[in-house]
Ligand binder design. Structure first.
Ligand code: NAP
Ligand code: ZN
Length: 352
């Protein structure tokens, strides 16, 4: 039997999210049925409901930073049992046999299924995300949450954490690396924490003068106000890796000269054409790269969670009720979040 759940959905790009009843699939033998305890609020949720990427299907239930407790497992599931604390991130399915899947890079599977707003392989229609009471997910896409981690604070690890961990690991950030992060929001603050814990020297580029002390507390060794040309010039040729988390179109040209020889600027935020154009001169003269990166694979996500368990790393969060989500989006657009909203799903009972 399918499972009736209450969630919050957007019905158009401009309306507020509101309560919405829908059904989760009848569990398959390899499925895990999860009661959602917390769900982080990612800027991608806002891009999706506003149809910034032109692919929104309504009603749209966002949410891909899910922490929950296992309610039941199918007969083929051996890794989880009722009562376990688990996580679900941005993906709930992939083809399992393409090159990307075979390398454990399910996020690059061309037939992959995102947690919301993607055609559902099991049902007609599109997947519904974590702003809801329960979710049913194949065990391959369910993560173990290390014991001792604060559950609400762990929710953003499932997207903000892995999206910054993956480029740090791919570009081998370590003790002798100089890493910079552009933008201090949800992704940015996780990049500071994870980069610092990997032993790198960390710089924050921010356009917001008021964030200096927070950035230092989060692990930044240096803060550069990106609107100040003298501060930008002072870090010329410094960074092996820059992780750019800015969600909207912006000029990346000022950051390229701050890369070292062979350095790489990785875009993880904005999706689309760059404006103004990208000047190739400093790229060619310094064998520098501009790259992109998408979340991380399932094994890499578990690696990141285990690392966070060992180092007691969670997100800095503000817990909100489901009913406060529309106000939270307004604050997110003003960069007024320290540094991730997390929805307490118990608040959904107020809509019953
Ligand atoms: P967020 O919490 O809103 O943080 C974004 C930060 O970027 C802001 O705090 C601000 O930092 C800076 N910023 C915002 N607007 C800006 C603008 N117009 N110009 C310059 N700087 C600006 O967002 P988030 O949740 O971290 O997400 C960041 C982006 O990553 C979003 O576009 C999201 O969709 C994307 N994302 C990508 C992936 C992936 O797999 N690649 C995964 C998750 C999210 P300062 O005030 O410090 O400048
Ligand atoms: Zn996200």
């Amino acid at each position: 039997m399918s499972i009736d759940v209450l969630g919050y959905a957007a019905h158009t790009p401009t309306d507020d999210l509101s309560p919405y009843h829908f059904a989760r699939r009848e569990p398959c033998p390899d499925d895990v049925v999860i009661e959602i305890l917390y769900c982080g609020v990612c800027h991608s949720d806002l891009h999706s409901i506003r149809n910034d990427w032109g692919n929104a299907h309504y009603p749209l239930v966002p949410g891909h930073e899910i922490i929950g407790r296992v309610l039941a497992v199918g007969t083929a599931v051996t890794r989880f049992k009722a009562g376990d604390n688990v996580g679900v991130g941005c993906m709930v399915d992939s083809c399992q046999h393409c090159d990307a899947c075979e390398q454990g890079l399910e996020q690059y599977c061309e037939k992959g299924t995102y947690t919301y707003n993607t055609p559902d392989r099991h049902n007609e229609g599109f997947t519904f995300g974590g702003y809801s009471e329960k979710i049913v997910v194949s065990d391959k896409f369910v993560l173990k949450i290390p014991e001792g981690l604060d559950l609400a604070g762990a929710a953003p690890l499932l997207c903000a954490g892995i999206t910054t961990w993956s480029p740090l690991r791919h570009w081998k950030a370590g003790k002798n690396s100089k890493v910079a992060v552009v933008g201090l929001g949800g992704l940015g603050h996780m990049a500071l924490k994870l980069g610092k814990a990997l032993g790198s020297h960390i710089t924050l580029f921010t356009r917001s003068p008021g964030k200096e002390q927070d950035a230092r507390d989060l692990g930044a060794d240096r803060i550069v106000l990106s609107t100040d040309a003298a501060q930008m010039a002072a870090v010329k040729g410094q960074f092996d890796l820059i992780i750019d988390t800015v969600p909207y179109v912006h000029d990346i040209n000022p950051y390229i000269p701050t890369l070292s020889l062979n350095g790489t600027l990785v875009l993880v935020g904005y999706l689309g054409g760059l404006e103004p154009f990208l000047n190739t001169v400093p790229l060619i003269l310094g064998r520098k790269s501009v790259a992109g990166s998408l979340i991380g694979g399932i094994a890499e996500t578990q690696e990141m969670l285990d690392f966070c368990g060992e180092h007691n790393i969670t997100s800095d969060i503000e817990v909100i009720k489901m009913q406060d989500i529309n106000a939270a989006y307004g604050r997110m657009l003003k960069s007024d979040v320290k540094y991730r909203f997390v929805i307490d799903m118990a608040s959904l009972k107020d809509d019953k």
